[in-house]
Design a binder for this molecule. Structure first.
Ligand code: NAP
Length: 281
């Protein structure tokens, strides 16, 4: 039987509508500062989309392009100026940065309360401790929202996460644990990945490896979330071999149109939440 396809675009549209309504009810629009360094074409597109999304829901955007040759010290100074800018509730430093820049201290310099990407060590630590005030990275947060929308039971479920990056895999495993799933974390050293994946009620692929997850790795009826975004000859493909896997799974996200739109939508949610918390503080 073919799996139900979880429509990330539709869920993201509902999230945007909700954010727009909540933003409209605030006395002052939340502000999102975006920083784009260098000429990476994909980064240029991502930042443009994030600014368009912000405009659509009424979030004010403050865009900065300090130039591809900007020094570490000048970029740090820009971040520090945004940290104290009252109009700015969220700061997004678009990654990757050009090679002459050291991204870790720059991310760590972002005020944790404005760290809408949730990548700073403070927010990662809060999430690891299961603390509610953690600012959670957008992609894993979007995955949890999709699982909720799909009606997937997480309490007591066996969840397998393939990938352990600080952007996706690690925060997602922490979120699934917080939802009382029994979480197994896989990576490139995992022995017999197929056998581990077959245990999953919820299988999340975030490896960046096209068609890594085949039908033989999926338990019948499982929910399969494909975070992978791989550019191939035939356009964008995920980490899951969609056709065959959708014959086995109970529910599945497509690529494109699954996790991607949710990542964008959750940035708006994080910015709204950052604004609320700062104003209540
Ligand atoms: P990453 O930093 O490259 O991490 C990939 C992870 O997958 C690593 O932990 C790696 O293991 C593991 N891995 C790679 N190949 C594997 C294999 N054959 N078997 C088991 N594990 C394997 O990537 P990322 O930033 O987390 O992104 C993962 C994918 O998600 C990429 O395709 C990226 O483009 C996509 N992505 C999509 C969105 C979205 O909005 N849709 C957002 C973010 C990322 P090791 O740690 O052992 O190396």
């Amino acid at each position: 039987m073919a799996a139900r396809v979880i429509d990330g675009k539709a869920v993201a549209a509902r999230v945007r509508e909700r954010v727009a309504a909540e933003v409209a009810a605030l006395p002052r629009a939340p502000g999102l500062a975006t920083i784009l360094v260098g000429e990476d074409p994909a980064s240029q597109v991502y930042v443009r989309m994030k600014r368009e999304d912000s405009a659509e829901v009424g979030i004010e955007s403050f865009h900065h392009e300090p130039g591809g040759e900007v020094s570490q010290a000048d970029l740090l100074a820009l971040i520090e100026s945004l940290n104290v800018d009252e109009r700015v509730d969220g700061i997004l430093l678009q990654l990757p940065l050009p090679g002459h820049l050291d991204q870790d201290p720059l991310i760590a310099a972002i005020d944790p309360g404005k760290d809408v990407d949730g990548l700073s060590p403070v927010n990662a630590g809060l999430l690891a401790q299961g603390r509610e005030e953690a600012m959670v990275p957008c992609t894993p947060r979007g995955v949890i929202e999709l699982l909720r929308e799909a009606g997937t039971e997480l309490d007591g479920a066996r969840a397998v996460v393939v990938g352990r990056s600080i952007l996706v895999g690690k925060p997602l495993a922490a979120l699934l644990l917080a939802e009382n799933a029994t979480v197994t974390h896989c990576h490139s050293h995992t022995r017999d990945l197929a056998a581990v994946c077959r245990e999953a009620d919820v299988l999340v692929a975030a490896a960046g490896s096209p068609a890594l997850i085949g039908a033989e790795m999926v338990r019948p009826g499982a929910t399969v979330i494909d975070v992978g975004t791989n550019r191939g000859e035939n356009g964008l493909v995920g980490d899951v071999d969609f056709g065959p896997v959708s014959e086995v799974a109970g529910a599945i996200t497509p690529v494109p149109g699954g996790v991607g739109p949710m990542t964008r939508a959750m940035l708006l949610v994080n910015t709204l939440e950052a604004a609320r918390r700062r104003r209540e503080a």
